[in-house]
Design a protein around this ligand. Sequence first.
Ligand code: MG
Length: 253
Amino acid sequence: MKKLISLLICLCMSGVAFSQTQVIAHRGFHAKGNSYDNTISSLKNAQELGVYGSEVDIHETSDGVLIAIHGMSHRDIKNVQKATFEQIRNLPLTNGETVPTLDEYLEQAKKSKTTKLIIEIKSHPTPEQELRVVKNILNAVKSYKLRKRVEYIAFSKYVCDALVEYAPKRTQIAYLNGDLTPAQCHELGYTGIDYNVNVLKAHPEWIEQCHNLGMKVNVWTVNDTATLQWFIDKGVDYITTDNPLEANRLLGK
Ligand code: MG
């Protein structure tokens, strides 16, 4: 017993962290089977794998429907934010699934008590629209009673600022754009940074700075074994990956 206590004291004094890096499936676990990114099946796959989070991208259509889709284009539609929901819904994805609504996504999210939904709120052309999108997403999440199981990320500083203002206290809000220091993000009320792999490779000191400020660090999108291991060794809180199986393997899960 004495030896065990001594070992624990040594580990604490040497700064060894007990918290382990968590895995977030980028746009869901879409690499499995016949899935496709941002679909209900990709979310289901992430839930079945039991990862910490499943990320999803949310846009607003021209008629005000919140949908889960990554890019601006979909099949022959060049800008999903300028198309109606019906136009988008009528064009299935290549795996046969249709583009889901946020409501459908939340319905599926509710089925897992362990896998959180990491909602990326996409940038929209005006601050007024971004504010409406933020408020509508917060209301939808509230109506599904998922406030404690949803976290938010955004490239738009305006979206992050609106989240700080309108989301419930203790909501996790991370900035994606990579151009603010941890201290600047902290000052703005963000709870974390979620930066591109190259930004954090250039500024590895930001990881410790975040932790000293009580903030979380997420990195995207890390898929190869060597880089996954590099960020695990650096002690980031979350790795967003298209390859959750390899991340889990490296973490001994
Ligand atoms: Mg995204």
